[in-house]
Design a protein. Sequence first.
Length: 456
Amino acid sequence: MKSLSLLLSLTASLALTSASVLDPIPAGASITLPRSVSGPSRFSLLGRGNHKKKKDNWGNAVEKDRKEVKIRASKNDQDDISDDFLWAIKKANHGGLVHLEKGKKYVIGKKLDLTFLKDVYVKIDGELKFTNDIEYWQKNNFYYDFQKSITFWVWGGKDIKIYGNGGVINGNGQAWWDGFSGAEILDPNNVFYRPILFLTDNATNIEITGLHLKDSPCWTTFLVRTKNVVFDDIYIDAVSTNVSSLPKNTDGFDSLNVDGLTVTNTRVNVGDDCFSPKPNTTNIFVKNLWCNGTHGVSMGSIGQYPGVKDYISNAWLENITLLNGQNGARLKAWAGPDVGYGYIDNITYKDIHIENTDAPVVLDQCYFNINETTCAAYPSKVNITNVNFLNVHGTSSGKNGRVVADLTCSPGATCSGIHLEGINITSPAGSPSQIVCDNIQGDIGVECISASEADD
Ligand SMILES: *[C@@H]1O[C@H](CO)[C@@H](O)[C@H](O)[C@H]1NC(C)=O
Ligand SMILES: *[C@@H]1O[C@H](CO)[C@@H](O)[C@H](O)[C@H]1NC(C)=O
Ligand SMILES: *[C@@H]1O[C@H](CO)[C@@H](O)[C@H](O)[C@H]1NC(C)=O
Ligand SMILES: *[C@@H]1O[C@H](CO)[C@@H](O)[C@H](O)[C@H]1NC(C)=O
Ligand SMILES: *[C@@H]1O[C@H](CO)[C@@H](O)[C@H](O)[C@H]1NC(C)=O
Ligand SMILES: *[C@@H]1O[C@H](CO)[C@@H](O)[C@H](O)[C@H]1NC(C)=O
Ligand SMILES: *[C@@H]1O[C@H](CO)[C@@H](O)[C@H](O)[C@H]1NC(C)=O
Ligand SMILES: *[C@@H]1O[C@H](CO)[C@@H](O)[C@H](O)[C@H]1NC(C)=O
Ligand SMILES: *[C@@H]1O[C@H](CO)[C@@H](O)[C@H](O)[C@H]1NC(C)=O
């Protein structure tokens, strides 16, 4: 065993030397070839030569069969290693692995275009942290028209795995929240844009697991034009140390034009949406999600932009815990004079546990910030069909009196196939609790009243 590992490290350093002649390796970086390439495998030593290699879910090499690329860590929060990181990703692309080691910090101070990826693993056991140079990032970023979003970096390509065992991607959000304090993201006059912590664009097959996504300046994740994205075992939080500037718009999960979005075994502790797919998201699967202090698990908002058709369809959301939030399970669509249209179809919320939440179950067709008069004059044109709320239990905060579910469909749209079953949500404001249903076609499965008869 000893002589074998000697042979391995000898081969690896030889490979390193020959590579460095052609293409200099940044100070402190290294490339280690996998066992199976750098030396004879145990199987062939034992004479079992044609042992079939294990593959990952996408048919690519597993971790131990990958070339491993490491870079130096940052010395402090200003020590930008983004050039080294980009070098490492290019070196590891097409079958390799970038490893950011445990106990080390890697600071990113320059925007990164990572849209050229094909079969790459990025293992984050340490901390990857963005600088908080607001002036730099507001001039240098990737911009998306949708809700005027910007980001530090863009991940795109095919077969990308980003994973760790408690590794951190830190958005260093405090300075951003302080700077933004008092502003509103959907205000047309807002020009203080804040970066999204993790964004994919034009990606197919991307898996993010075992990471802590911390203190994003704005949305935590945004998936754009992406197919098959999986998040598993993720922890998201955004915590301010300044009582006069709380984290804002730090949504857990947002998406646009995505087919195949899975989130499992994840906890989100932020003051905005926990999980909220946006226009044109299909085939959604969420299981074992815990959300604290959030605006809930929402389908939408959609229907924001004039003349544009948006949709969300085929979502299954199971075993969700929602604590101390504004909303629990929600569907939201825009109304007003200059908005779009579309539909939300085939959505199932099952086994939902809600505590101390203002509006546990909501169908809101008067988004965003528009009053009753305007909403009635310019109703939403987003149809909402085939939505199940099954086994939803817990408590409201009592903020909306005894109302624990508010399903009010726009007169400009069709809402049908809305089904509630096993609903047991109590309100501290009194009992029996109330379920509001207005303009919903057909029987919703439980007793309900009109908004005009309800507490407010
Ligand atoms: C999307 O990525 C593929 C490669 O994965 C590339 O061929 C294509 O040009 C990209 N499309 C756009 C619009 O960038
Ligand atoms: C806290 O946030 C407020 C509002 O943005 C800001 O004026 C103040 O300087 C911040 N305090 C600290 C200690 O940064
Ligand atoms: C439901 O999710 C919670 C995490 O919020 C988890 O602890 C629990 O094991 C899950 N229950 C089932 C039946 O999977
Ligand atoms: C939940 O969020 C509240 C603030 O909304 C916070 O005080 C509490 O510590 C959080 N609970 C957990 C378990 O993180
Ligand atoms: C959603 O898809 C439709 C095509 O079905 C497209 O016209 C629309 O622009 C898309 N919406 C957004 C916000 O990209
Ligand atoms: C509804 O969505 C589920 C996934 O949650 C999917 O399996 C089913 O095929 C969809 N039904 C229709 C009619 O598309
Ligand atoms: C909404 O439903 C109405 C009536 O069923 C239908 O005419 C309209 O085409 C639907 N709109 C969309 C965007 O599906
Ligand atoms: C509702 O909002 C519109 C547009 O902002 C405004 O003109 C109108 O005065 C408001 N009506 C009420 C009753 O607040
Ligand atoms: C509703 O939940 C409460 C506790 O939250 C429980 O005491 C009650 O038995 C439940 N009712 C039904 C019909 O399950």
